[in-house]
Design a protein around this ligand. Structure first.
Ligand SMILES: Cc1ncc(COP(=O)(O)O)c(C=O)c1O
Length: 386
């Protein structure tokens, strides 16, 4: 059987990983500023993480949600504490799209409404409702198209206000990334998030903060929406939550009530996933990784700003983007194949950095040297190596 060929693939096979580094089968080392798409939060193969999952696997790996799973309660307590939302409720699932799907569905159960506001350049996942609120028609199948989603310009308070004024009684929820990831590292402004919060309260709509990529400490606060000083009704999370173990969740404000059978999933909150998620939170706390994201992020951003060829260096914490001019359009590819550094991208010309929150200054220095060397080589020779 062949694999269903949906991913463009780099010709690299990773066989070993540690901290902010990975190695291929020839033993070549790579610096990882991509974190497998913002997933590696505490560093590859962190010993505490490996130990906790191994210990759990030797006890019980899985049983369904039909029995008590005390690890879920432990995770809810810890997450409430670390996220600063002890009074919220946790529902566990398996991926970012599924988290958003459940959040949108829960909002609609709550207020009985159908319309959802989403924003230009948003990305919320690929399941039916998640992709319907994603601003990319190319990844929506005909069956995903719906009249229930209203796309408004991101960071436009007036458009939001006008939409609520016209049809506020029909709006079930507003879904917004605190920092757009796939959209190119674009921050939601504080007044914009405050306006969403205010209008949702006024019209009994649900404010959903998609924190799948920008959450879990990556921005230097647990949720990037926290920079605006607002509380969303539902936060969705995934990527960094399990440091690679597939685990996701939504946390839900106390005024939203549960009912048996309302939401559910077979694998959500299984023993291994909870052990992985607990290990991640323990390391984030013990190693003060959110503080590190601020310090190393600021350090990296100020060094990037000193490189004259890079444009619009931006971001928060360790969620950083910069644009490259046309003549350096192969920079990302060359960083990977000539400097052995993984980075992310956003179309058309943004390089995205989404490293582990444990990235050290020395790793950041190594990255800056690689970028400078590569820019020098590219501008000197003008011919990138394939
Ligand atoms: C902001 C955001 N939401 C949702 C998702 C979907 O997450 P997943 O791929 O785990 O379904 C992503 C994935 O990149 C994302 O960046």
């Amino acid at each position: 059987m062949k694999l269903f060929d949906v991913y463009p693939i780099n010709d690299i096979t990773i066989v070993k990983a540690k901290g902010s580094y990975v190695w291929d089968q020839e033993g070549q080392q790579y610096l990882d500023l991509y974190g497998g798409h913002a997933v590696i939060s505490i560093g590859h193969t962190h010993p505490h993480y490996v130990q906790r999952i191994t210990d759990q696997l030797n006890k019980v790996g899985f049983y369904s949600n039909s029995i008590h799973i005390p690890l879920q309660v432990e995770l809810a307590d810890k997450l409430g504490k670390v996220s600063g939302r002890p009074d919220y409720q946790l529902f566990l699932c398996n991926s970012g799209a599924e988290a958003n799907e459940n959040a949108l569905k829960l909002a609609s159960f709550h207020n009985g409404r159908k319309k959802i506001i989403a924003f230009t350049k948003s990305f919320h996942g690929r399941t039916s409702l998640a992709v319907a609120v994603t601003d990319n028609p190319a990844i929506q199948a005909p069956v995903n198209k719906t009249d229930n989603v209203i796309f408004l310009p991101y960071n436009d308070e007036a458009a939001l206000e006008a939409c609520f004024k016209a049809q506020g009684e029909e709006i079930s929820s507003v879904i917004v990334e605190g920092i757009q990831g796939v959209g190119g590292i674009v921050e939601a402004s504080a007044p914009f998030l405050q306006k969403i919060s205010q209008l949702c309260k006024q019209y009994n709509a649900i404010f959903i903060a998609d924190s799948v990529q920008c959450g879990y400490g990556r921005s230097g606060k647990f949720f990037s929406h926290d920079y605006a000083g607002v509380d969303a009704d539902i936060y969705t999370m995934a990527k960094g939550m399990g440091n690679g173990f597939p685990v996701a969740g939504i946390i839900i404000a106390p005024h939203l009530h549960s009912k048996h059978g309302m939401l559910g999933t077979t694998f959500g909150g299984n023993h291994l996933a909870c052990a992985a998620a607990l290990a991640v939170l323990e390391v984030i706390e013990q190693e003060k990784l959110i503080d590190n994201a601020v310090a190393t992020g600021n350090y990296l951003m100020s060094a990037l700003k000193k490189i004259p060829q890079l444009q619009r260096v931006r971001g928060k914490g360790l969620m950083i983007g910069f644009d490259v001019p046309e003549k350096l359009k192969d920079l990302r590819k060359n960083l990977l194949f000539r400097q052995q550094v993984f980075t992310g991208e956003a179309k058309p010309n943004t390089i995205r950095l989404l490293p582990s929150l444990a990235l050290r200054k020395k790793d950041a220095d190594e990255f800056i040297i690689a970028v400078e060397e590569e820019i020098h080589a590219m501008t000197a020779s003008a011919k990138p190596v394939k």
